[in-house]
Design a binder for this molecule. Structure first.
Ligand code: PHB
Length: 393
């Protein structure tokens, strides 16, 4: 689902944000900060929301649950990755739960309600996954930050890497919502940059998994490879069905790294050899990553993945903002300046934010091998989202 906001409405939102910010009472410095986590804890993206949460809790615990001199109290809300309930859910988080800052969410459709609320109320939002490009393009805001990626970034890297391998024509298979569509555009741009072409996009509604009608069309498309965006439970099913349909040998499957991220166990042999592009991978050799993976395994009882990394980094970004304003999250501009100036020491490698508040980061090329997404190269170094249309107020 795409939420459309008219220019007039945007003007009202911007004016409302200023009024709300001015009207807000000064924060008692010692009072706890209520951090609202709006994430999926059920549905096809449940495991993603859980890993983000574990990593946030892990970071906060290491800081004695204190940021900028204030204790942090977490409230959690399950958004079920359901765009239809998104506005109601975010209103609950800000109204009933009185969140002072928000981290959320996974789904590109759901996140738009959070972006809109953050703009309107001036409450800081850090997006720990959802890649909806509008959040850091047309709808960019002084209150909105992303610790993850734009949908365009990983898919652009994959398109470029595929073209560099000599592929000339490819197709994209995905769910029909913002993340699928925008990653398809990134894939097309990456292919084009390497002199190749996206000839067809095949899609089905989110979160359906009846892939057979799409798979049946692939042999007649005249392509040499197939790229894909699926994630979570849907990605497990797609990779298995693709292999079972006997397509892998003739039309190698690749994609945004979410296709094989955190799901290699249940995908089993069907995933072996699949190449994907992502801002994280297995075997990244830095001290921060080593410690993070060991700590996460101890806390969650399973291996870290990109979702855990993005949660950890969202907490690091919140800390940078909170430290800069000594806990006063209502100091919007100074809070933003603190995050903008930060070099985030991420398990993926150190990153900074682009002017529209999206990570500038290496997009790694990975290959699934023996249950790991092993980094085999860099598909696009220090890649920034174009940030088209962002006018930071
Ligand atoms: C999204 O909806 O933006 C999305 C969801 C799951 C992913 C990546 C992106 O793994």
């Amino acid at each position: 689902m795409t939420i459309r906001i008219s220019r007039r409405r945007l003007g009202v939102l911007a004016a409302g944000a200023t009024a709300a910010t001015l009207a807000r009472p000064a924060i008692a410095q010692g009072a706890p900060l209520t951090l609202g986590l709006m994430l999926p804890y059920s549905g096809t993206f449940a495991a993603l929301g859980e890993n983000i949460t574990h990593a946030i809790e892990m970071y906060l615990a290491a800081r004695d649950n204190k940021l900028g001199g204030r204790a942090v109290r977490i409230v959690k809300l399950d958004d079920e990755s359901n765009p239809a309930n998104a506005v109601q859910n975010v209103n609950r988080l800000l109204g009933r739960d009185k969140a002072d800052a928000m981290i959320g969410t996974v789904h590109s459709g759901v996140v738009m309600a959070m972006v809109q609320a953050a703009r309107e109320k001036g409450v800081p939002l850090i997006i720990p996954n959802a890649g909806n490009v509008a959040a850091t393009r047309d709808l960019c805001s002084v209150s909105v930050f992303r610790s993850s990626f734009s949908n365009w970034q990983p898919a652009y890297g994959m398109g470029r890497a595929l073209a560099a391998q000599g592929v000339k024509k490819a197709a994209w298979v995905t769910w029909d919502y913002a993340a699928g569509k925008e990653s398809g555009e990134g894939f097309a741009d990456g292919l084009k940059a390497g002199g190749a072409e996206l000839v067809k996009v095949l899609s089905l509604p989110f979160p359906e998994v009846n892939f057979q009608p799409l798979l049946a069309q692939i042999p007649s498309l005249g392509v040499e490879a197939v790229g894909s965006f699926f994630a979570g439970g849907g990605a497990v099913q797609f990779v298995k069905d693709y292999a079972a349909a006997g397509l892998r040998e003739k039309f190698p499957l690749c994609g945004s790294g979410f296709l094989t991220e955190g799901v290699l166990g249940p995908q089993g042999a069907a995933a072996e050899g699949i190449r994907t592009a992502l801002h994280y991978g297995d075997g990244i050799d830095n001290a921060t990553n080593k410690k993070f993976r060991a700590d996460f395994q101890a806390k969650a009882g399973r291996a870290a993945d990109v979702y855990a990394v993005q949660g950890f980094d969202a907490a690091q970004m919140l800390a940078a903002g909170m430290d800069a304003v000594k806990g006063d999250v209502t100091a919007e501009k100074e809070f933003a300046a603190g995050i903008r100036a930060a070099k985030i020491d991420s398990p993926r490698g150190v990153f900074t934010l682009s002017p529209s508040h999206n990570p500038v980061q290496d997009i790694y090329l990975r290959e699934a091998k023996g249950g790991q997404n092993l980094v085999v190269g860099v598909a696009a170094a220090k890649l920034a989202d174009p940030g088209t249309g962002c006018k930071m107020g």
